[in-house]
Design a protein around this ligand. Structure first.
Ligand SMILES: Cc1ncc(COP(=O)(O)O)c(C=O)c1O
Length: 398
């Protein structure tokens, strides 16, 4: 199949690309993107098979690394990110693992932000170290700390911004300069902002990755991961996928395609509900502190305004007290879902210290600022009055 001849016009603006980019219409004339549930593909002749296998001719071979539905998703997210290419993986963690396995080898060194998703820390500490990759953790906002942690073997900087749950922001441009001065790549986990609110490559990042499980799907239906970058970075990643197999299924790719179509609209609605909730929480006497990138008095407001076009839906707050008060608050809510996922249309609430970050040591929790009285909320798309009413049940229980 000649993919390029069937490519459709997908417009220039992000919202048009979210709806249309990457789609190829078959001779059947289908309007919605089809799901290709096939593991392999049939060739027209032995000559054709040999040409496709040897990559002299473009074509599908095997769905571990070539599937039209997955390819449509990859091209759509790349268009939204404003770069060349992407590769889809089975989950966000598979995306992070694939980047590590592709760009690192024994003897290399990584500087990772201290404020990343707990399982990412575990991957670096428990597995990358096992294969001879050394890792140091730096304070997300302290550029001198990043510089201090660099060694002659540093190959990769890994950062999540804004951080979850404390909504601290990394200066992507400044970190990319430090990384590039030291011949290292800057990898940004952009899960919490999505390309709608932040496009890290425009600020100097080399590789952007996502847990698609979060906002990209947006409705808590599927696992998925994406790595987005220039073609020169994606090509070796595809070879890794072909060899190791942490690939995305076409059905999950189709769900994510449908998710992307409404991403722009959802991110704006999440941001607006979260801003309303953050303001309300800030006015409550039983709340010690609120963490949200949309707050006017956020200590990094200038950087946030430069880097992000909105705050998104993740916020956290500390109740006055300890674990007992935090759990009491959570247990008194009735509508919001007590679950670890974020980026869903349904509002979710969680106690990071005993769930998402529960595997960190006490020292790691201390350094990452995960205290026992901290609660994270991923603000969904229910009516904001109902969300506030529910969190008020939490407050009233204290
Ligand atoms: C910021 C961030 N990155 C990566 C991941 C891992 O993604 P997945 O759960 O899809 O493997 C998560 C999951 O919560 C996350 O929050």
């Amino acid at each position: 199949m000649d993919f390029k001849s069937k490519k459709l016009n997908s417009g220039k603006q992000l919202q048009s690309q979210a709806v249309r980019a990457g789609q190829y219409r078959s001779d059947e004339g289908e309007h919605c993107e089809p799901i290709f549930t096939t593991s392999s593909y049939v060739f027209e002749s032995a000559e054709h098979a040999a040409a496709v296998f040897s990559e002299q001719q473009e074509g599908n071979v095997y769905s571990r690394y070539t599937n039209p539905t997955v390819r449509t998703l990859e091209q759509r997210i790349a268009a939204m990110e404003g770069t060349d290419a992407a590769v889809a993986t089975a989950s966000g963690m598979a995306a992070i693992l694939s980047v590590c396995m592709t760009f690192l080898e024994a003897g290399d060194h990584v500087v990772c932000s201290r404020s990343v998703f707990g399982t990412t820390t575990g991957l670096f500490n428990n597995y990358m170290k096992k294969f001879g990759v050394d890792v140091d953790f730096a304070n997300l906002t302290d550029l001198d700390d990043w510089l201090d942690k660099v060694t002659s073997n540093t190959k990769l900087f890994f950062v999540e911004t804004p951080s979850n749950p404390l909504c601290q922001v990394a200066d992507i441009t400044a970190l990319s300069e430090i990384a590039h001065d030291n011949d290292a790549l800057l990898v940004v986990d952009n899960t919490c902002c999505t390309p709608v609110l932040q496009r890290p490559i425009e600020h100097g990042a080399d590789i952007v990755l996502y847990s698609g499980t979060k906002y990209l799907d947006g409705q808590g239906r599927t696992m998925g991961g994406l790595v987005v970058a220039e073609q020169k970075y994606i090509d070796p990643l595809v070879v890794f996928l072909r060899t190791a197999g942490p690939s995305m299924s076409p059905f999950n790719a189709w769900i994510l395609l449908k998710g992307l179509e409404t991403l722009n609209l959802r991110m704006k609605a999440h941001s607006s509900n979260a801003a309303y909730l953050a303001k309300w929480l800030n006015e409550q006497s039983k709340i010690e502190q609120v963490y949200f990138t949309g707050l006017d008095d956020h200590p990094q407001k200038q950087l946030i305004d430069k880097q992000q076009s909105g705050a998104g839906g993740v916020l956290s707050f500390k109740v006055k007290g300890d674990r007992e008060q935090a759990w009491k608050f959570i247990n008194a809510t009735e509508m919001v879902s007590l679950t670890a996922n974020l980026g869903d249309t349904k509002t979710t609430i969680v106690h990071p210290a005993t769930t998402t970050h529960g595997r960190l040591t006490d020292e790691q929790k201390d350094l990452a600022g995960i205290t026992e009285n901290l609660i994270r909320v991923s603000v969904g798309l229910e009516d904001i009055e109902d969300i506030i009413l529910d969190l008020k049940r939490g407050l009233d229980s204290l």
